[in-house]
Design a protein around this ligand. Structure first.
Ligand code: FES
Ligand SMILES: [Fe+2]
Length: 441
């Protein structure tokens, strides 16, 4: 039975543990949908999805339908996907092209590509002055704020709040690390998006992104079978080039020492980089000619920096988790207290060998697809935790590992061991902060 939530969400987060209502309570979910997701910056689209004026993508952000649109002047605008007449979603496809005007499928009201009203059928039957004075006459409503970094488009739904650069700060370098893997500095979304609805709270999924203690036990069978297959093939001779799938799966067979030593950094507002010393991606072979193309574009020093920094996961809280080296990204979308949509995206770096896209798609299929030999291990456990938290008795979820009281007053980037639960505590501290930001309510 769920305990009624505290009227003060601040009470749900302690320095080293979190109340189960943060995961299971429908009331808390409703509150965070408005308050937390209103105040924070969330990823909505990549510019390569919007090649020309009229191109659009749609999405649901914490219960709000959004329309991301390339406007007539080339800028990217983000509107609520709601007709000014009676509320119909203007577009329901995931992506498409609107043409030169936006047209509602219900009663054919039209809008310019900047969202302003253009026409209504039976115009003579309207008092046009009265219409222009009320909400219906204003056209589409823009979200509070839009910002773009290296082709990644984010929104803050609230009109007022923290600025984009203040919010992400140093964490933006991890978008740069992935984008600069293209010699031209441009990525393209490609290879399809793997979508998976998990029966768990979105915060549980984001915790798992930074959970390096679970692979040893949760993914034991996958790691072992990758190792066994490779060794049985008799191809362990020195210098042998690993097949792509083996290269991607073999590191999951590593022990606690490996994950401990990979180290991590947390940033203000819940962001993090796990695997700043090394990661399961560190030893990927590069396709012929790729490094040379990067050196020609970025110089030797920057190329080394780009390729040598291959974190396990970098989280731009709360909507995306990036893996720069395999060029993949997960997008996390809350649907309900116990439902989360997780999308696995792959990118092709412009000017780089096609093999990199193949590697990205392979990674998503092997590791994040629900039919892979890895993802179902996690999916089962997410559902299990969500159910286990319905228990009476202990209402607290432990996040004690690696706790240091000094972290409570830290306001800058902070380094820790790869297995520390600081990365999770850091997320929940940010969650608490934005849940109690009253102007965002
Ligand atoms: S609801 Fe869009 S035109 Fe009527
Ligand atoms: Fe996992």
């Amino acid at each position: 039975m769920t305990v009624p939530p505290s009227p003060d969400p601040a009470c749900l987060v302690r320095p080293d543990c979190v109340h189960r209502d943060a995961y299971v309570s429908r009331e808390v979910f409703e509150l965070e949908s408005r308050r937390f997701f209103g105040a924070t910056w969330n990823f909505v689209a990549h510019e390569s999805q919007l090649p020309q004026p009229g191109s659009y993508v749609t999405l649901d952000l914490a219960g709000r339908p959004l329309l991301v649109l390339r406007e007539g002047d080339g800028r990217i605008g983000v509107f609520y996907n709601r007709c000014a007449h009676k509320g119909t979603k203007l577009y329901t496809d995931e992506a498409g092209h609107a043409g030169r005007v936006l047209r509602c499928p219900y009663h054919a009201w039209t809008y310019r590509l900047d969202g302003s009203p253009l026409g209504v059928p039976l115009r003579k039957d309207y008092d046009l002055q009265a219409l222009s004075r009320c909400e219906a006459g204003q056209g589409l409503t823009r979200v509070g704020a839009v910002a773009e970094h290296r082709g990644f488009v984010f929104v803050r739904l609230d009109a007022q709040g923290i600025g984009f650069n203040d919010y992400f700060g140093e964490a933006l370098q991890w978008i740069d690390n992935m984008v600069d893997r293209s010699p031209t500095g441009r990525l393209k979304v490609a290879g399809g998006i793997v979508r998976n609805v998990m029966r768990c709270n979105w915060k549980m999924y984001l915790e798992n992104v930074n959970d390096t203690v679970h692979p040893v036990s949760t993914h034991e069978s996958a790691g072992k079978s990758a190792k066994a297959q490779w060794e049985e093939g008799g191809t362990t001779a020195t210098g042998a080039i690993l097949p792509m799938a083996v290269e991607q799966l073999l590191p999951f067979a590593s022990g606690y020492e490996f994950f401990d030593g990979m180290d991590a950094v947390v940033y203000p507002h819940g962001h993090s980089a796990l695997g700043v010393s090394f990661s399961t991606h560190s030893n990927y072979a590069q396709p012929p000619g790729y490094e040379e193309a990067l050196v020609a574009a970025h110089g030797e020093a920057r190329t080394r920096e780009i390729l040598d920094r291959a974190p396990q996961n970098t989280v731009l809280y709360p909507s995306i988790a990036i893996k720069g080296a395999p060029l993949v990204m997960r997008v996390i979308r809350p649907l309900a207290a116990d439902r989360t949509l997780v999308e696995a995206w792959s990118f092709h770096p412009e000017g780089a060998p096609d093999l990199l896209l193949e590697r990205a798609v392979s990674y998503n299929r092997l590791v994040f697809s629900p039919m892979s030999i890895l993802a179902h291990d996690d999916v089962h456990l997410f559902e299990s935790v969500q159910q286990g938290l319905q228990s009476d008795g202990n209402p607290w979820v432990s996040m004690h590992r690696g706790f240091d009281p000094a972290e409570l007053t830290s306001t800058t980037a902070r380094r820790c061991k790869g297995t520390s639960e600081l990365l999770m505590r850091n997320q929940f501290r940010a969650w608490r902060t934005f849940m109690i930001t009253t102007e965002a309510a």
